[in-house]
Ligand binder design. Sequence first.
Ligand code: CP
Ligand code: NVA
Length: 303
Amino acid sequence: MKRDLISVMDIADEIHELLDLAARLKRERGAHERPLEGKTLAMIFEKSSTRTRVSFELAMTELGGHAMFLGAQDMQLGRGETVADTAKVLSRYVHGIMYRARSNQMMRELAANATVPVISGLDDLEHPCQALADLLTVKERKGGLQGLKMVYMGDGNNVCNSLMLAAGAAGMEMAACTPEGRMPDAAIGEKAAALAGRNGGSISFCHDPREAALGADVLYTDVWVSMGDDTDSVMARSIFAPYSIDEGMLALAAEDAIVLHCLPAHRGEEISAAVMDGAQSAVFDQAENRLHAQKAVLHRLLR
Ligand code: CP
Ligand code: NVA
């Protein structure tokens, strides 16, 4: 039976095992086993990417396999071939498919029609591999996860949705602090809260950034306008400005708080340059950890 990773829900029960495996593969980089010898991952991109593309390709190489970049615009998919037919055809060639999709619906359609594992490299609803790298980074910096207070500031988007599920699975205390009209997905919020309840954590929603930041162990933000979102940038600035992680907001958090951002970042918007490039920022560790976290996922799903 093939296994997909489309939502953090798909790995919620084994998040600690995956984080341990990722940490080991990181420690043993250059010397670990190469279990994907002879395996090929097709990587379909319908949206731009730097980290996801490079880290997945490198992860396959370092595990002994091979990755193939497929820009959707260069494929027949970009000229109207269905995502279902694309899935069926690719399944005859490769051992796994990584997909950065325009929509969660297309992601699900690809997965339903593929006979090989499908791994999400982001869609409009979730970004599960990002969330795994995020927890790996917090665990490295803080020594654990359970009971830590993490506050996500800004747009309740795909990154926020997956982070809530991962935080719930790890028993963290997470608050999603967003403007009222930009809250995360309600159904995912409920699933995350249920996971958190089972694991000794909590998920909450709020709108006052200064209050939310008080005593936080982790402050997290992402762009105000995601790929495919047609919100006007001037409008976004006026809605989201109070949620910007700047020096004043960081001063409200715990003294040893860390700051995360999935990147790409817009300095001076969701995060100030001083915070992004400051001593409490862990954003480049976080970017590196995409590689290690995805190696753990590929190890589990493709071997
Ligand atoms: N964080 C992230 O997914 O980055 P890319 O869009 O560069 O892949
Ligand atoms: N929320 C952002 C994440 C980019 C990695 C987007 O979807 O564009």
